[in-house]
Design a protein around this ligand. Structure first.
Ligand SMILES: C[S@@+](CC[C@H](N)C(=O)[O-])C[C@H]1O[C@@H](n2cnc3c(N)ncnc32)[C@H](O)[C@@H]1O
Length: 195
């Protein structure tokens, strides 16, 4: 898919990335260990944040973003392989990964429930799930505004939903939530879960 959003993702995200998201990525990923699966890795903005992973397999269905991410994969300090696949049908054996990582991605995956079941299948028992997501706020006015904005937002931003509840979805898929850190009045959440 060659959309305006995917071609210009880094530029569009730039100010937010530098001010806020970059530090979240670094804090979230520097201690992730073992054989790691990253879901919907986009242009590879997470790749330089891995420090302790043995290797990272990153799946990204969008060809334009995947190609951009290849340069970042080569520059990373751990080995990173980028695979063209969607999260709803992961091309990996059961119990392959020690950790599954996603940033700003459960908002966009067309069928997040199926995707999370797939993540559970490929994650080892006792393995970890680490997510940074923007979610629907638990506030009458702001939550409804997010519902209202989502159809238009989704068309412009390649299917991104402003009003999903990532914590609920992860729990419903059968992961055990370990911690949920809420930021910006609950607009952003950092989730650690376990299989
Ligand atoms: C907002 S971008 C986030 C990209 C990256 N994770 C980041 O933090 O910058 C959402 C990403 O989800 C990807 N995506 C869309 N559908 C997907 C699917 N079915 N499975 C996995 N990733 C998907 C998009 O291609 C895009 O890279």
């Amino acid at each position: 898919m060659m959309t305006f959003f995917s071609r210009n993702y880094d530029r569009l995200m730039g100010p937010l990335e530098n001010k806020i998201i970059r530090s979240f990525r670094e804090r979230l990923l520097r201690t992730v260990k073992g054989n790691v699966l990253e879901i919907g890795s986009g242009t590879g903005l997470n790749f330089s944040c891995y420090r302790e992973a043995d290797q990272v397999v990153a799946i990204e269905p969008n060809r334009v973003m995947r190609e951009k991410s290849m340069i970042r994969a080569e520059q990373a300090s751990v080995p990173i392989e980028v695979v063209g696949a969607g999260a709803e049908k992961l091309p990996f054996e059961d119990q392959t990964f020690d950790a599954v990582v996603g940033t700003l991605v459960l908002c966009t995956i067309p069928d997040p429930e199926s995707a999370l079941l797939e993540m559970k299948r490929v994650c080892k028992t006792g393995g970890t799930l680490v997510f940074l997501e923007h979610v629907r706020m638990n506030h009458a006015l702001w939550g409804r505004l997010q519902d209202w904005l989502t159809p238009a937002w989704s068309r412009v931003c390649d299917g991104c939903h402003l009003n999903r509840n990532a914590v609920d979805m992860i729990q419903k898929a059968g992961f055990r939530i370990v911690t949920v850190e809420k930021k910006y009045k609950g607009l952003v959440v950092v989730i650690h879960a376990e299989k």
